[in-house]
Every structure is written in C-alpha cells, then in structure tokens.
Ligand binder design. Structure first.
Ligand code: GLV
Ligand code: MN
Ligand code: MN
Length: 422
C-alpha cells in the first residue's frame, strides 16, 4: 500500500506549488486546478474507475459503475453507493495535506482493497469537490453546497473573484456549462454513505498519541464582510480632526473580534483585508475586511459577531466613517450521523480499541453532505497542528494508518468480499 500512496503523493506534490513560499495556490478553475483535476482523472482511470463531472464541477470516479464489468451484483437497493474523497483546491499558500490527503488516500484505499483481494459489493466512488476553501469566490464548500441545494445556482453564478470574474464565467472558461449547476437529488439518492479522510487541523491527536481519529461534529461557523468607507486624503496635510479614516474602525473591529472570541470561548479571525487606494501617503477611502468566526455553539458565534458589529459601528461613528456588514456564508452546527460514526469508530478502533472522537472548528464538504446523506470523517494526526500554511504536515506512517483505516471502513460499508467470488 505504501508504494501506491507515496507514488500518488509524489505525482500531485509539485502541482500548484509556489516555489518561493512552498505553499499551494490551487484556486478553482485556474491553471493549477486544471492540472490537479487532470491528474485526478488519470490516476482514477489508471485504476479502472470511471470518471464523471457533475453539473456543479465536482468529479466522481466510480468503481463498479452501473453497467460496467465491475458493477456489483448485489445489493440492488437504491441508496447503495459508498463515496469517499475530499477536495484539491487550497487556501492561498496552503499546505499539502488539507484536501489532497483525502483524495490521494481514497485512491490508495481502492488499491489497498484490491491488494487485500476484495471487491466492493456496493458501488464505491471517489469524489473531488470543487471550491471547498472558498479561496477564489469567497463561499466555502461551493461544490457540495450546490449539489445539496444549500447554495442556489443563481447566487453561485454571480459570485466573483478578486478580478471580477464570475463563477459562471470561470466555469465556462474551464469548459463546463453553468446552466447545468444545481442540486442533484438523483445522485444524492444513490449514496448510502460518505466518508472523508482529512488531516487534523489541531493538536488533539498529537496529545492522545493516536494516528487516526473520528469526527463527531463541525462547529457552526461563518464569514462576514465588513466595508468601512471614509474619505481619501493627503497623509501629510490633512489635520487629524478633519479625517474620515476607515482604517481606525477597521483596527477596532479586529481588536473587538479577539476580545469577543476570548469572552465567548470562540474563534475569530480577520485574515483578509483590502485597502483602497492602498498608498502609504494617503488616508484610505475604503477598507474591506473579512471576519471568520467559529464557536462550538450557535449562541457564542452569534455573540462574537454581534460584539464585532457593535464595536465597528461605534468606532465608525466616532471617526465619521460608514460601515456595512454582509453575511457571505454561514454553516450551522453539524453532528455527524451517530450510527455511522459509531460503526466507523468500531472499525478504526479494532477489537476493544478506543479511538478518539473529536469535534472540529474546520469546515468540510462532509459537513455539507451530512444534511443529505449519512456522513463520517476520519482525521490523521498533525504533529504541530499547523494547517492552512505551508508547514502543515503528517508523517508518512500516519498517512498510511489513515489509508488503512479508510480501507477498513470502506470494506465494511461496501460489504466487500473476495474478488474471485464475484
Ligand atoms: C476550511 O478548511 C475551513 O475551515 O475554512
Ligand atoms: Mn482548509
Ligand atoms: Mn479541507
């Protein structure tokens, strides 16, 4: 198994990597995305999986597609397919593992099932969801949201990137038809379970000393855009009292986010900001900032956002600036299907073995799909906990343990049996 994982990993590693920072810049529908999607098609085809693109741009590679020579003979129930996979897009200068571990791990798990002489008795598919990070168009998990109907095609089509290119235009330039976007109940109706393998984005497993854990829940989280508008002016001549400087309420909002997160046991981050006109010797006319907030409970999340909003408004009023807040995306609390979680944990923990079951503040396609199909997640230990950064890492041994655990889970869920019996 290790050879398969390592070979796949080595093929994917150089694609979309920035040589200066060492981080990945794989943005949906851009040149690096084209490369990783094409890598996935070849890797899946080389394994005899049939690859299809759904109307929303997500990729599906099926082992045992209906009508194929490998189609399982039983069972015939409609919601029979088991799907695994993750995403290949990245945040700006992201790490190698967030997303790719679940895609490479899924293909390696297919290899592992074959090596064990097993063939699934239910269709098994590997999925790659588009725009999971929302790095280019702002809304995370866009591919899975469109698939489940959590995002309308009309709104998605109008989302724009930093250069004003719309999602619909970018999709079209990549050779897809935006008219095909939208929920696919037929496809979702064929899925019996979705399992996503993912690097852990914290240090819980490093503390417990386990290579693999199972997810219990995804915290509620969301993204808010704050637009502060003032008056551009000369830095060397405008008296302080005459300024309408949007940078000041912006700075107050950043401090308020930290204070509110501390007060409510939550997380709040301002990681992206755009200043206009962005000149050293000019008071800015506008500051546009994005707040990312997350908490274990909705009430705490709400309190954080209210706290930031109130601080931004009061500081804006003090400085003669206007502020407008927009909700860009919101993901409610997700508790993964208890039966599936327990079944997965029993498989991963082995006989009498216990496996850590963790909630996460990170968003995932699994969290979106959980509204439509029974869903579970496996986490692989991250020794430093660092994620969304080039330093994100997992050991080769832990990745192998993750693949073996995923193969065990897939063998169980697909009722895999000896290949020669089919
Ligand atoms: C995705 O990784 C997110 O949690 O933002
Ligand atoms: Mn991520
Ligand atoms: Mn991810």
């Amino acid at each position: 198994m290790s050879g398969d994982f390592e070979q796949l990993w080595a093929e994917l590693a150089p694609l979309g990597r920035n040589r200066t920072t060492g981080g990945y810049r794989r943005f949906s529908w851009g040149p690096a995305d084209t490369q990783v999607r094409s890598w996935f098609r070849s890797a899946a085809s080389a394994r005899g999986l049939e690859v299809e693109t759904d109307g929303n741009g997500n990729l599906w590679a099926c082992w045992g597609a209906p009508g194929s020579v490998e189609a399982p003979r039983a069972p015939a129930d409609k919601a029979a397919a088991v799907v695994t996979g993750s995403h290949l897009d990245s945040v700006p200068d992201g790490g190698a593992y967030d997303g790719p571990l679940g895609v490479v791990g899924a293909l390696a798990a297919v290899d592992e099932l074959r090596r064990r002489g097993l063939r699934p008795r239910r269709p098994l598919a590997v999925a790659v969801f588009v725009e999971e990070e929302g790095a280019r168009f702002g809304v995370p998990c866009l591919g899975s949201r469109l698939l489940t109907g959590a995002m309308t095609p009309e709104r998605a089509g109008r989302l724009t990137d930093a250069d004003g290119v719309s999602w619909a235009q970018a999709m079209e330039r990549a050779g897809l038809d935006p008219e095909r976007m939208g929920p696919d109940r037929e496809l979702l109706g064929r899925i019996g379970a979705f399992v996503e393998l993912h690097i852990e984005q914290g240090r819980a497993l490093a503390h417990t000393g386990d290579a693999v854990g199972v997810a219990s829940a995804v915290w509620p989280h969301g993204r808010w855009r704050l637009d502060f508008s003032g008056q551009a002016d000369h830095a060397g001549t405008t008296r302080l009292a005459d300024r309408s400087d949007p940078m000041l309420p912006f700075a107050e909002a950043v401090r308020a986010a930290r204070r509110a997160a501390e007060e409510h046991g939550a997380l709040a981050t301002v990681g992206k900001v755009r200043v206009s006109p962005n000149g050293t010797n000019a008071v800015p006319s506008r500051v546009r900032a994005w707040l990312d907030a997350r908490a274990a409970e909705e009430a705490a999340l709400h309190a954080v956002v209210e706290g930031v909003d109130a601080a931004a408004r009061s500081s804006a009023a003090e400085h003669g600036v206007t502020v407008t807040a927009f909700l860009e995306s919101k993901s409610p609390l997700v508790e993964f299907d208890h039966r599936l979680r327990d079944r997965v944990a029993a498989r991963v923990g082995g006989e009498g073995g216990a496996v850590p079951v963790l909630a996460t503040g990170a968003g995932h396609d699994a969290g979106v799909l959980a509204t439509a199909v029974p869903t579970a997640m496996l986490f692989v230990r991250n020794p430093t906990g660092i994620s969304h950064a080039p330093e994100e890492s997992a050991t080769a041994a832990d990745c192998r343990a993750g693949v073996a655990a995923l193969a065990d889970v897939l063998a169980d869920l697909t009722d895999a049996g000896p290949a020669e019996e089919d």
